[in-house]
Design a protein around this ligand. Structure first.
Ligand code: FES
Ligand SMILES: [Fe+2]
Length: 440
């Protein structure tokens, strides 16, 4: 593996903030918190994003979402392949919301234009009066074509390669980073060895804030100490760690060892830009547990997180079902999201309002991976400008209701999960008992 350890400043207090206060504004970066090195993480925010679990895409269903506020649609074509198109009809710019999908043909709800899965319009005569456009008919016809991004299915996720430049011909899209960077097998895990449970939650807060939160182990003890079922993670426990950071072109990895037992690993966090974080312990091929966190920048102050926990133990289906393991685990996920949510929202607000100035933020020595992240983020934002031309009149964003799934403040999914737990507990334990009592 090509990597190296970074040597950090001795200072305990970096006294710096690298997050831009407002999208597009320039913020001074304190130089050299981390020494520059040859293996610096590749700069850029465009690349493959895991958008949703692939089970979300059913036959003939249009799945709405957005990336950096660009409205997009996912669906399966007639061959079950995943398609990602701009949610803008190339005829007169209507959304496909309210339109239909049938065997890979999508129909616009405004004038009924039908588009094949290749993207060409199938019924031009329906939307043109040929006597009006006679002279230019061929040119006109060519322009009526769906704009698309590359999309595929991998490890049970739907991935989209986003670059803000959708194309009518997918062959024109060049990938800067391969999908293999995100694959579990390329990261040393064989996912067949695991069972997993997952949740998908959309937050009304800044995307990069959530990544920061997931790179931050310090808050685990305090914010989630009562929720995480690990006796070492507790409000009243004070643990000191040695930290080692490896950087390659593809990822940055932070490994925490117990200070009082330097060979014993507490946890390692691997950030694979733009949106994936892996959390596990030790050698991936031996790790009993893997957490995969995907972060999706739906838009300005709108971000999605998909959390998947892979576990080697509890592969026994019967035991798993009896213990209602997935349902109970989901309950913990929701609680953790809730615990973070208010903090994330208020941080986002404080930054966007410019209330936090450089002097008021103090990253500590322990926050070095966060410091590295913000430095990388700023450079990446400057390079790709994904937020450019974003209209700040967010109250005009009609897509929110269509795309946002289970925002934590709406407890619907949590309630459904709780009802599920009660129902299944009754069926598994109480019902056979009642039956037995009735028989005797
Ligand atoms: S806007 Fe879609 S068919 Fe006219
Ligand atoms: Fe958290």
């Amino acid at each position: 593996m090509e990597n190296r350890q970074i040597n950090f400043f001795k200072s305990k207090d970096f006294n710096t903030v690298l997050k831009p206060f407002k999208k597009g504004t320039v913020v001074k970066i304190d130089s050299l918190d981390i020494r520059e090195n040859q293996n610096e993480l590749k700069i850029g925010l465009f690349g493959w994003y895991a958008i949703c679990p692939s089970t979300e895409l059913n036959k003939n269903k249009l799945y709405y979402f957005s990336l950096y506020d660009e409205p997009l649609v996912l669906y399966r074509d007639e061959n079950e392949n995943i398609r990602c198109i701009k949610n803008i009809c190339p005829h007169r710019g209507a959304s496909f919301f309210g339109g239909t999908l049938s065997d890979g043909v999508i129909t616009c709800p405004y004038h009924g234009a039908k588009f094949s899965s290749g993207g060409s319009c199938q019924n031009l005569d329906r939307i043109t009066c040929s006597h009006i456009v006679d002279n230019n008919y061929d040119n006109y016809a060519k322009r009526i074509h769906l704009y698309q991004y590359k999309a595929l299915e991998k490890n049970g996720y739907v991935f989209v390669y986003f670059s803000k430049k959708s194309e009518t011909d997918l062959n024109n899209i060049r990938e800067d980073s391969p999908i293999s960077n995100y694959e579990l097998s390329d990261n040393g895990f064989s996912h067949e060895d695991y069972v997993f449970e997952e949740v998908l939650v959309d937050f009304k807060c800044d995307w990069s804030r959530i990544i920061e939160n997931h790179l931050d182990i310090l808050h685990l003890f305090w914010v989630h100490g009562d929720t995480i079922p690990d006796k070492d993670v507790n409000k009243n426990v004070l643990v000191s760690f040695n930290q080692k950071i490896n950087v390659t072109h593809k990822y940055i990895e932070s490994i925490y060892y117990y200070k009082n037992d330097p060979t014993k690993e507490f946890i390692r966090i691997k950030y694979i830009p733009p949106g994936r974080i892996l959390i596990y312990k030790g050698d991936p091929s031996l790790s009993r547990y893997l957490q995969v966190l995907d972060h999706i920048p739906l838009g300005d102050n709108k971000a999605r997180v998909i959390v998947r926990h892979y576990r080697k133990f509890l592969k026994n289906k019967l035991l798993n079902n009896l213990m209602l393991f997935k349902e109970n685990q989901r309950k913990i996920f929701y609680k953790i999201f809730d615990e973070d949510y208010m903090i994330l929202k208020t941080q986002t607000f404080n930054h966007n309002m410019g209330f936090i100035s450089k002097d008021e933020i103090k990253l500590l020595g322990e926050d070095r991976i966060i410091n590295y992240f913000w430095k990388w983020y700023k450079k990446s934002e400057d390079k790709d400008e994904p937020w450019k031309n974003i209209n700040n009149t967010q109250n005009l964003n009609v897509y929110d209701k269509v795309i946002l799934k289970y925002p934590p403040e709406i407890k619907k999914l949590e309630i459904i999960n709780n009802i599920d737990i009660v129902r299944k507990t009754f069926l598994r334990f109480a019902a056979p008992l009642i039956f037995f009592l009735l028989v005797i």
